[in-house]
Design a protein around this ligand. Structure first.
Ligand code: ADP
Length: 449
């Protein structure tokens, strides 16, 4: 081997950094490898919050919550296909994870509501900073403080085992150093999901063929193969979350609330084509059938005023505006005459209280006030729920559900925590809790060896 350490962590997202810092704090010597030239993975992009139950931050705001309630919401959101033991770990350690990050300098004092939660439990920095970028910054600063050996441009290739089947290290490929192996007693796999790898996605869920993704370039899923080659069992790989409205211009996810508050979806020909508030999978499939595989969210000032988020999209320059639908059509190369007729027809449905074309169940407001806006959207793959099978100690299991000695996993690369569908705010919670635990258990295992 070129290097010797106690624990190697693969991946520099929230799970990898949490594991590295916690392994170090539990006495281990740590090397972290990241195949990309930059740290942070998808975790850095997370904008929502970190779900946690019955925290001091909630108490300070008078919010009543419980671990049981977080368990219930998470199971329901996952269509009850989650592994209940993992959900229990997620919820019961969530307060501890918020405290752990806070102790290292994080600000998680602002609390909002995310879809599927029965109370406000999505913790985020006050002032609107992205929770993922903030958490990664805090973890990175703490890794630097501990002088943890972090190697960018270094891909984990193969988990090496001794003749008894115990982990003995990791084969890596450095961009400059080439192939070499790191001797280690334990390896933590924290390589994230595979949303950016459309070949892999489409094989598992053909409906998602051709979808762009909200993910960072490293979210290709090679970690799944690294684990598979080491004998890891997989679960729930077919559950892949797509979001129907990713902005084409800016790559930002446009929240469902824009449609919920009254926006319609039209194609380039200026026509509606779907009940705008159908489920995510159906809306996404319908958009992909339109010219250029995109559609436009069309709304007016009354919708804009009803939702503060919309001003952010306007600020980002992804929502061109005009004072008439014909002018708006010209700006975006949509058939303006047809668009004018479509909106007039839709407004008549609002007046009648019934959508005669697509049976949209909610018709909150007519689109006839002030300026009009158009956001071009296309579906984007957002999160992969499945992955390697772990137990409630973050140990990776083989097909016989036996522990692979010395191999740990945490974060989006694992399956089971989110079942068939992840709730917003549960990803950051997942990666910090399971990453922290994987690091601690890997350090203790390495110490015993
Ligand atoms: P999580 O949210 O579970 O922490 P992220 O997507 O945030 O996952 O981070 C995973 C990181 O792992 C990404 O930065 C990705 O580039 C990196 N990664 C993926 N596969 C490998 C690999 N084989 N070797 C090294 N790093 C990897």
């Amino acid at each position: 081997p070129r290097d010797t350490t106690d624990v190697v962590v693969i991946g520099s997202g929230g799970a990898g950094f949490s594991a590295a810092v916690s392994a170090y704090d539990n006495g281990a010597k740590v090397i972290l490898v990241e195949k990309e030239p930059v740290i942070g993975g998808n975790a850095k992009l997370a904008a929502g919050g970190m779900n946690a139950a019955w925290t001091d931050q909630q108490k300070a705001k008078g919010i009543e919550d419980s671990v049981e309630s977080m368990v219930k919401d998470t199971m329901k959101g996952g269509r009850n296909l989650n592994d209940p033991a993992l959900v229990d770990v997620l919820a019961s350690h969530s307060k501890g994870s918020v405290d752990w990050l806070t102790g290292m300098g994080a600000d998680l004092t602002d609390i909002g509501r995310m879809g599927g939660a029965s109370v406000n439990r999505s913790h985020r920095p006050t002032g609107g900073a992205g929770v993922g970028a903030h958490v990664i910054q805090v973890l990175y600063d703490n890794a630097v403080k501990r002088d943890i050996d972090m190697r960018m441009n270094t891909r984990g290739i193969e988990i090496l085992k001794d003749d008894k089947g115990n982990v003995k290290g990791l084969l890596v490929k450095g961009m400059y150093k080439g192939y070499y192996w790191i001797k280690a007693d334990a390896v933590v796999l924290a390589t994230g999901g595979f949303g950016k790898n459309n070949d892999r996605v489409a094989k598992l869920d053909p409906k998602l063929k051709g979808f762009v993704s909200t993910n960072q370039p490293g979210a290709t899923g090679d970690g799944i193969d690294v684990a598979g080659n080491a004998g890891a069992a997989m679960q729930d790989l077919q559950y892949i979350q797509a979001h129907p409205t990713l902005s084409v211009k800016g790559g930002v996810m446009v929240t469902e609330a824009v449609r919920g508050n009254g926006a319609i979806l039209v194609n380039r020909e200026g026509k509606r084509f779907v009940n705008e508030i159908t489920t995510r999978d159906k809306a996404a499939a319908a958009i992909l059938e339109q010219t250029g595989k995109t559609a436009y969210l069309i709304f007016d000032d009354s919708v804009r005023k009803s939702l503060s988020k919309i001003d952010k999209y306007i600020g980002l320059g992804v929502a061109p505006t005009a004072d008439s639908l014909v002018k708006l059509g010209k700006l975006e190369n949509i058939d303006g005459k047809a668009l004018t007729e479509t909106v007039a027809r839709y407004n008549s449905f609002v007046t009648a209280g019934k959508d005669a074309d697509f049976e949209r169940p909610n018709l909150p407001r007519a689109l006839n006030e002030g300026n009009y806006f158009a956001i071009e959207v296309t579906p984007g793959v957002h999160h992969t729920m499945g992955g390697v099978m772990i137990d409630s100690k973050s140990e990776i299991l083989n097909a016989k559900k036996q522990v692979i000695p010395g191999l740990y996993g945490a974060g989006e690369v694992t399956g089971g925590v989110h079942g068939a569908n992840r709730l917003g705010g549960n990803a950051i919670s997942d990666i910090v809790t399971f990453g922290r635990m994987a690091g601690e258990n890997a350090a203790k295992y390495a110490e015993k060896k």
